[in-house]
Write a protein that binds this ligand. Structure first.
Ligand code: MBD
Ligand code: FE
Length: 289
């Protein structure tokens, strides 16, 4: 086994540029946790126990160990730790923390590596920031209401929306795209409603010219995520949700490399006469406890 560039293509953006953009964004966040030494010890003991079991069960060779060591170095050099972790680990952390029986509002999903805070504020009835090129793509009219658990509209809620363009690229993580392209913070009207015109996103391919892609190819996996919208919905006094929405029948919906699809988060868009998509989705927020 070797990890090398099996695709032979220089992606645009390269794995290195999008990876390092995600790393530069994340490393400046003040991440901290109040994990006690006792808890740290308990967690690490289980991690090392799992490593021990795997090493013996699979009789891991020194060649494999050395490839791993080199790969870990490369993940860092390419800035792909946010990408690799969010694709392979985040979904379980999301479930542990947010997918709980006592939360009955709209389900969450992983944030992924491409969120940027403070996107431009948009009126409740607005168009996402986009280029002329994006306007030629299939349109998605995305509307609905943010409510409490009893269905009362929450006016002044914010719906942060970010997603990839038709080529599967995210602004600020690919060269040459305007800073806030396909990123916006929609403020709901007095009834909690929003009505957004955007473009229909395409499936997203993990860059195959970097270590996360090589990792996937090493086990003959595929590097695709289904087309998706990323959302973060907030209103004071309510539990903030970070989630994603998918499109029924779309490619990779049943086989997301990031394991982040939930049935409740699959949209059923209607295609109207002019070939554009229209869909209504309501967000119900749990009370903050
Ligand atoms: C994405 O667009 C994404 O949403 C996740 C979770 C990982 C990689 C790319
Ligand atoms: Fe994404």
């Amino acid at each position: 086994m070797t990890f090398h560039n099996l695709s032979g293509e220089q992606g645009d953006p390269t794995a290195k540029s999008s990876g390092n953009a995600a790393t530069d964004k994340f490393k400046n966040l003040a991440a901290k946790s109040d994990t006690s030494p006792e808890r740290a010890r308990a967690i690490y003991q289980d991690v090392f126990k799992a490593i021990e079991e795997i090493a013996h069960k699979h009789q891991i060779t020194y060649d494999e160990y050395n490839v791993l060591k080199q790969w870990v170095i490369q993940v860092g050099e390419y800035g792909e730790w946010p990408l690799w972790l969010d694709v392979f680990v985040e979904h379980e952390i999301e479930k542990v923390n947010y997918d709980r029986k006592d939360y009955t509002g709209t389900k969450g999903s992983i944030e992924g590596p491409y969120y940027v805070e403070n996107s431009p504020k948009l009126e409740w009835d607005a168009q996402m920031p986009m280029r002329d090129k994006d306007k030629e793509a299939k349109t998605l009219e995305f509307k609905g209401q943010v409510t409490d658990l009893d269905g009362n509209g929450l006016g002044g809620a914010t719906v942060e929306l970010w997603h990839a363009d038709e080529d599967g690229y995210y602004s600020q993580f690919a060269p040459g795209i305007p800073e806030w392209n396909l990123r916006g913070t929609i403020v709901t009207n007095d009834n909690g409603e929003y009505h957004i015109k955007t473009l229909q996103p395409a499936p997203y391919q993990i860059p195959t010219d970097g270590p996360t892609g090589w990792f996937i190819l090493s086990y003959d996996g595929h590097p695709w995520r289904p087309a998706h919208l990323h959302l973060r919905v907030k209103h004071p006094g309510y539990r903030e949700i970070t989630t994603q929405l998918y499109f029924r029948g779309g490619e990779w919906v049943d086989n997301d490399v990031a394991s982040a699809v939930k049935e409740e988060l699959i949209l059923d868009p209607q295609e109207n006469a002019d070939g554009n998509n229209e869909v209504t989705y309501n967000f119900a927020l749990d009370k903050e406890d």
